[in-house]
Design a protein around this ligand. Structure first.
Ligand code: PMP
Length: 397
């Protein structure tokens, strides 16, 4: 059978042998699934040709932008958080329940899409400095959107704190104040309860990767992986995948890809987050900002906590390096990714250089560049036609 299948693949369909055609069809496109939820997970893993050729390592990327609901890795997490809340009886489809979340955008988009699919309403709080296309998309998905001024987590008006407070207040009042003014809750919303999804602390987050991305990567690589590289926004991806892979592959290197301004790099390398803390008697350190969206944090969330001992190393990536890598991926491979994916790929190259040729490194392409046109890609500019960038230019950017 395998021989027939192989020869048929080479000859391309249709073959004159109907049995071979049937075999190819069966092992080809995935089966019919139930609803948009069925289009989440089982994403392709592909070799990034340019980076693999340049480093002598195999650099493999998980195409998470192909998740079907919100088109990012956050689809897995949103579905997992909703399903857990349903199991626990906190959410009931079509009862008027509203899902509240604080998010840089991707989790909100996944939640808003799945909320529609499963009979909920969504109210999303996000920092106002994130790319405008994300909040526009949320509105198209019928979510209520609160763009709040960026504020540290310790402040009441921080986007996460606001979402939590709104969820708590939901059942107690008939209106909610947003940036655009008072929103009077519809009759349908009033009937239901408010659910704070809480991606940073909700352990359904890392479990989605432990039960999904991790086993998928292991199977796709047939167990041969030398390093896994990922950024942390909530920590769910790196913790979930590391917790799945480390017991199976004790020698695997788990590497955090950290954008400038994040405290995690120092936490992993030196055990302290001295980027952020203004300790008594020390000179105040100004917090560095970044245009990278979705990753980089200055606290140990519950989802980072459960995997932090499994993270072996960290690579710090500047905005200039992320921009250069994003342009490189378009120029050399036609891959158009968002800012966090560019950070991941940069850190994957650094890891390849550290390990030396012949190793296999897996990383995540969390979302597409189309989510980042107005901010990250506006800075990156157009790639242009006749360019021939050298990888050293990217590394030294
Ligand atoms: N990339 C993007 C674009 C994201 O929105 C996020 C999540 N905030 C991540 C990467 C990081 O994933 P995690 O939350 O699992 O650490």
């Amino acid at each position: 059978c395998k021989e027939v299948l192989d020869s048929c693949r080479h000859e391309k369909l249709p073959s004159s042998d109907p049995q071979a055609n049937a075999l190819v069809a069966r092992s080809g496109p995935p089966a019919i699934v139930e609803g948009i939820e069925g289009c989440i997970g089982n994403t392709p893993l592909f070799r990034i040709k340019s980076l693999s050729d340049e480093t002598g390592c195999e650099i493999l990327a998980k195409a998470e932008f192909l998740n079907g609901a919100g088109q990012s890795s956050k689809d897995r997490v949103a579905l997992s958080m909703i399903e857990l809340a349903e199991e626990e009886g906190i959410l009931t489809p079509y009862s008027g329940d509203t899902i509240y979340e604080g998010t840089s955008g991707s989790t909100g988009i996944s939640l808003a899409s799945l909320a529609r699919a499963k009979g909920y309403l969504a109210h999303i709080c996000m920092p106002s400095d994130q790319a405008i296309e994300k909040s526009n998309l949320l509105l198209k998905l019928g979510a209520i959107v609160d763009r709040v001024p960026p504020a540290p987590i310790v402040e009441k008006e921080n986007f996460v704190n606001r979402a939590r407070a709104l969820a708590l207040a939901h059942t107690a009042s008939s209106s909610i104040s947003t940036e655009e003014g008072e929103v009077v809750l519809s009759e349908r919303m009033l009937k239901g309860r408010g659910f704070f999804a809480d991606q940073f602390e909700n352990e359904a987050n890392w479990r989605a990767h432990y039960g999904g991305s991790g086993p998928e990567i292991y199977a796709q690589c047939e167990g041969k992986i030398d390093a896994f590289v990922a950024g942390a926004g909530t920590g769910g991806t790196i913790s979930g995948v590391a917790r799945y892979l480390k017991p199976l592959l004790p020698n695997i290197a788990v590497v955090l890809a950290d954008p400038q301004g994040s405290g995690l790099y120092n936490r992993v390398r030196y055990g302290v987050m001295f980027d952020l803390k203004e300790r008594e008697g020390t000179r105040r350190r100004r917090q560095v900002d970044t245009i990278v969206e979705g990753i980089g944090i200055n606290r140990v969330t519950a989802n980072f906590e459960v995997g932090k001992e499994l993270v072996d190393d960290a690579v710090r990536v500047t905005d200039a390096q992320a921009l250069a890598m994003a342009r490189w991926l378009v120029e050399k491979d036609g891959i158009f990714v968002g800012s966090s994916s560019a950070v991941n790929c940069f850190a994957a190259v650094k890891t390849a250089q550290k390990l030396g040729p012949g190793h296999r490194i897996v990383t995540m392409l969390s979302d597409s560049g189309s989510r980042h046109l107005s901010r990250f890609w506006a800075k990156a500019g157009d790639v242009g036609g006749a360019v021939d960038t050298k990888l050293t230019d990217v590394l030294n950017a």
